[in-house]
Every structure is written in structure tokens, then in C-alpha cells.
Design a protein around this ligand. Structure first.
Ligand code: NDP
Ligand code: MG
Ligand code: MG
Length: 336
């Protein structure tokens, strides 16, 4: 069993008198910067001239500087830019300005684990990775709760990197829910696997396959949408609250019997074998290489896929059905 750490195990005092530069003000950036500030930590947000996020961060009451300036003054530098931009921003703006004893912090291990960023040996390098989207990291903090997180130490130059990581985890509220120690390798590989095989890739293809099967058999698109996508939320809420057992307790016995009979025919031996292959492509760096090269080439495959997906019949039906659900968040652009 992994050892869990909670608020009582973390010393927020370690961050007193320190300046934290949060680079980026997107999904994670806004949550970390605001939560830390409200926990009494001195924070500056680092962006670039012309950044859309600059005004947002300022109107949220935060100090904003260019990344170069923010780094030059910081004792901790948290890298919350998109993973694919981190290596070049690190080279041009972070490394030349990084104080000799400043800690370099990540919310995901990709760039360190796959050696896209190689920090000097004099600096602490650690990770605090919330296990949830940034908007939840912010909302739960405001409600007195938190999103659990993983932490890991890659370089311990100060001899205190672990304690700093745990203090940071408390500052963003994660220690209220529990933090687990890991390594950059474990976090990176499990995170990539989870999003590819289960959370994003697995779920979207499962939903589409279910929808397409029903529609091609002549059922109404709206019913197929409700059944295969909309209702997923109810199921996921039950899973989140009480695991597989709570979901199975709550659904009808007919649904539970169908679950036992059919689940393994959908996620079958072939699927499991493919999952192992996906994992080994993550472990041996093949996925990382493809994604790094894809970005260097200007994302031709990514952009084509994104466009193709907007043409799926579920998109139109979904838009129409959701427009009648006034309680849903703004549907334009899904902005913060
Ligand atoms: P986002 O894409 O949401 O954040 C982008 C932010 O970076 C924006 O504020 C953007 O500004 C800014 N930015 C872009 N380029 C630069 C630059 N050159 N210099 C300074 N700022 C820049 O990122 P995420 O929050 O999704 O991801 C951040 C990190 O957190 C990643 O390592 C990710 O793996 C990790 N993570 C993310 C999770 C999530 O919930 N999304 C969950 C757990 C970890 P502008 O828009 O103005 O260009
Ligand atoms: Mg993840
Ligand atoms: Mg991820």
C-alpha cells in the first residue's frame, strides 16, 4: 500500500519568505497561483508579452511579470505551460535566469523523464502533480477541499526537496485530500497510459462505438447520444463516490448482470494485449518521440484528427440536445 501524506505531515512554513513563480496561467496555472496566494504564499505569474492570460491573471489580483523576470526573482519556479512548449521556454527564458538554489517544479514528469529538460545539478527538481483538472483544483480549494496529488523528487540539491514538495502540495490544497510519493518515471508513464488507454482514448472510442452501433441499427441519434454519452456522467459520479461497488449497488440488477456478462466481451483479451503494447510504447519512448516530432512539424496529424472529429455525427446531436440544458456551462469555446 502506498503511504499517504496529509496536511499534518506538510510544513507550509517552508514556503514563508519564498517567492514562487508560476509560469503559465492556464488550467493548472490559475489554480496553483490562486490557491498558493490564498494559502499565504508569495506568488508571481510568469507569462510573455501579448499573452491572452496576462489580463486574466491581473484581474484575478495576481502580480504578473514576463517569465524571464518572474524566474530571476523566484525561489521556486513551477512550470505550468503546455508540455510541448516547456523545453524551448526552459532553454530561452528559465535556465538563463534561474537562481542557483531555486527549485524547478513540474506538474507532470514528461520533459524531465524524456530528457527534454536537463536542469543544472545545483537546483532542486521535483514534481507536484494534481490528479485532476485545474478547474477542479481551484474549485475544491475554494470549497475547503482538495484534489489529491502525487509528488516526486528528481534532484535533491538542498536536502529538503521532499519537504518543499509536500509544502507546495499543501499550498495548493492537495494535502487535504492526500498526497502520494512517486517517481518521475512512474508518474509520467502511468499518466500517459491512463489518458490514452482509459480516460481519454479508451472512453471516447467506447462512446463513439456504442453510438455508431445503435444509429447504424436504425435507432434515433438522440436516444443513442443520451444512452452512450450523457448517462456516462451518472455512472462516473457513482464510480468516483464509491468505486465499482457503489455503481453496481446503485444500478438495477439487470444492469449489473449485463455488466458481468458483457464487459469482458468488449474489453477482451485482444484489448488487454493492445493495452500492454500501448504501455510498452510509452515506456520505450516511442510515444514521446512521435509527439515531440509531431510538434516540431507543426502538428499535421493532430490538426487533421481534430478537424475530422468535429465532423462526427455525435457533435451535431450533442450540440442540439445540450442547448436545451440551461444548467450546463457556457458551450462557446469551453473557456475558463
Ligand atoms: P494550459 O495549456 O492550460 O496552459 C497554458 C498556459 O501557458 C496559458 O496561460 C498560456 O498563455 C501559457 N503559455 C503558453 N506559452 C507560454 C510561454 N511561452 N511563456 C509563458 N506562458 C506561456 O496547460 P495545462 O495547465 O493543461 O498544463 C500545464 C502543466 O500541468 C503540464 O505539464 C500538464 O501536463 C500538467 N497537468 C495538467 C493537468 C490539467 O488539468 N490540464 C492535470 C495535471 C497536470 P496564453 O494562453 O496567453 O498563451
Ligand atoms: Mg493525468
Ligand atoms: Mg496528462
Amino acid at each position: 500500500m502506498a503511504k499517504m501524506y496529509y496536511e499534518k505531515d506538510c510544513k507550509l512554513e517552508l514556503l514563508k519568505g519564498k517567492k514562487v513563480a508560476v509560469l503559465g496561467f492556464g488550467s493548472q496555472g490559475h489554480a496553483h497561483a490562486l490557491n498558493l496566494k490564498e494559502s499565504g504564499v508569495s506568488v508571481v505569474v510568469g507569462l510573455y508579452e501579448g499573452s491572452k492570460s496576462w489580463k486574466k491573471a491581473e484581474s484575478a489580483g495576481l502580480e504578473v511579470q514576463t517569465a524571464e523576470k518572474a524566474v530571476a526573482d523566484a525561489d521556486l519556479v513551477m512550470m505550468l505551460l503546455p508540455d510541448e512548449k516547456q523545453a524551448s521556454v526552459y532553454k530561452s527564458k528559465v535556465e538563463p535566469n534561474l537562481k542557483k538554489d531555486a527549485a524547478l517544479v513540474f506538474a507532470h514528469g514528461f520533459n524531465i523523464h524524456f530528457s527534454q529538460i536537463v536542469p543544472p545539478a545545483s537546483n532542486d527538481v521535483f514534481m507536484v502533480a494534481p490528479k485532476g483538472p485545474g478547474h477542479l483544483v481551484r474549485r475544491l480549494y475554494q470549497e475547503g477541499m482538495g484534489v489529491p496529488a502525487l509528488f516526486a523528487v528528481h534532484q535533491d540539491a538542498s536536502g529538503k526537496a521532499r519537504e518543499f514538495a509536500m509544502a507546495y502540495a499543501l499550498g495548493i490544497g492537495a494535502a487535504r485530500a492526500g498526497v502520494i510519493e512517486t517517481t518521475f518515471k512512474e508518474e509520467t508513464e502511468t499518466d500517459l497510459f491512463g489518458e490514452q488507454a482509459v480516460l481519454c482514448g479508451g472512453v471516447t472510442e467506447l462512446v463513439k462505438a456504442g453510438f455508431e452501433t445503435l444509429v447504424s441499427a436504425g435507432y434515433q441519434e438522440e436516444i443513442a447520444y443520451f444512452e452512450c454519452l450523457h448517462e456516462l456522467k451518472l455512472i462516473v459520479d457513482l464510480l468516483y463516490e464509491g468505486g465499482l461497488e457503489r455503481m453496481r449497488y446503485s444500478v438495477s440488477d439487470t444492469a449489473e448482470y449485463g455488466d458481468y456478462q458483457v464487459g469482458k466481451r468488449i474489453v477482451n483479451e485482444e484489448t488487454r494485449a493492445e493495452m500492454k503494447k500501448v504501455l510498452s510504447e510509452i515506456q520505450n519512448g516511442e510515444f514521446a518521440k512521435a509527439w515531440i516530432l509531431e510538434n516540431m512539424a507543426g502538428r499535421p496529424v493532430f490538426n487533421a484528427k481534430r478537424r475530422q472529429e468535429t465532423e462526427h455525427p455525435m457533435v451535431g446531436v450533442g450540440k442540439k440536445l445540450r442547448s436545451m440544458m440551461s444548467w450546463l456551462p457556457n458551450q462557446e469555446g469551453f473557456d475558463a
